[in-house]
Design a protein around this ligand. Structure first.
Ligand SMILES: [Zn+2]
Ligand SMILES: [Zn+2]
Length: 294
């Protein structure tokens, strides 16, 4: 069994070069605990197609000050990593830019993030990493708001809340139920063994596993159909939603093993969400709520 999720301190001690990025991550986790994000969870239609994640097509209105403050704090923390990320220290992230970054990040629109990075004179990779973490508070708030709605019959390989491909899988408990986990919003959804979450392949002769030395508690499940892979960790209990990304970081050696053998994480989104992010109307949240009820 894999031990409990690693703490920041453990990771920072074992990988000193990650410290600035762990600080960015800490900013995202702090924001996830900020209750203001709950106010921005969008209303969603009950008439969505059966395979649509809950967030698909949503019109999100956000307090641009909250978004701007978060993105700027994270960009400054990331800049301390130096190298290409240093460009984030001077990037002028206005409220509008912050909303555009969140829009691009929630929709997993990499091309848009690159465009925004170019307009800001920032490194696209570093800005993309910051934007992905900055989307966490809203996506976690959505998962929490919708958790009462059951995803028991969710068949797709992508996240039932935010449409992302799974960050990893957990083989849970003694019965070894297979749970897919989303690092963006923290969701978990059950799925069958011997089925590729990306292409749906069920051919056991084309589904394999890379098992590193040290037993079966951590392995990489591979698909020779689409060349995708999923890291799978044996655990007694699923990790907390907020810890999925930490688990992902802690198991980077599995990604290296998969990449070395020609397997890849799929770059395109699991589902094209078509979400829009716009600022709250003038007057802020009170006015928006009042307008909604009027
Ligand atoms: Zn998700
Ligand atoms: Zn596949």
């Amino acid at each position: 069994m894999t031990a409990a999720a690693p703490s920041f301190d453990t990771l920072a001690a074992s990988r000193p070069e990650w410290r600035p990025w762990l600080r960015v991550f800490a900013e995202a986790r702090r924001a996830c605990a900020d209750e203001r994000w709950r106010d921005f969870v969008p209303d969603v239609a009950d008439t969505q197609p059966a395979d649509a994640p809950r967030l698909a097509g949503a019109a999100i209105t956000l307090d641009a000050h909250v978004a701007g403050d978060l993105l700027r704090a994270m960009a400054l923390a990331a800049a301390e990593a130096g190298g290409p990320a240093a460009t984030l220290g001077t990037a002028r992230i206005t409220k509008d830019v912050a909303l555009s970054l969140l829009d691009a990040s929630i929709n997993e629109d990499t091309a848009r993030v690159v465009e925004l990075a170019q307009s800001l004179g920032a490194d696209p990779g570093a800005l993309g990493a910051v934007s992905a973490l900055a989307a966490m508070p809203l996506l976690h708030a959505c998962r929490e708001a919708w958790r009462a709605e059951l995803f028991e019959h969710w068949e797709a390989g992508y996240c039932p809340v935010c449409g992302a491909w799974p960050t990893l899988a957990e083989a849970c408990g003694l019965e070894r139920a297979r749970l897919l986990r989303c690092g963006r919003c923290g969701s978990s959804w059950t799925t069958e063994w011997l089925r590729c979450p990306y292409c749906g392949l069920r051919d056991h002769e084309r589904l394999g596993a890379l098992v590193p030395d040290g037993g079966e508690s951590r392995k990489v499940e591979t698909c020779s159909g689409c060349r995708g892979y999923v890291k799978t960790l044996a655990v007694l209990k699923a990790c907390a939603p907020i810890d999925v990304r930490l688990r992902d970081l802690e198991t980077l050696e599995l990604d290296v093993a998969a990449l070395e053998r020609g397997f890849m994480r799929t770059a395109s989104p699991g589902y094209q969400l078509g979400v829009s992010v716009s600022p709250l109307p003038r007057g802020g949240l009170i006015a928006a709520l009042f307008g909604r009820r009027a």
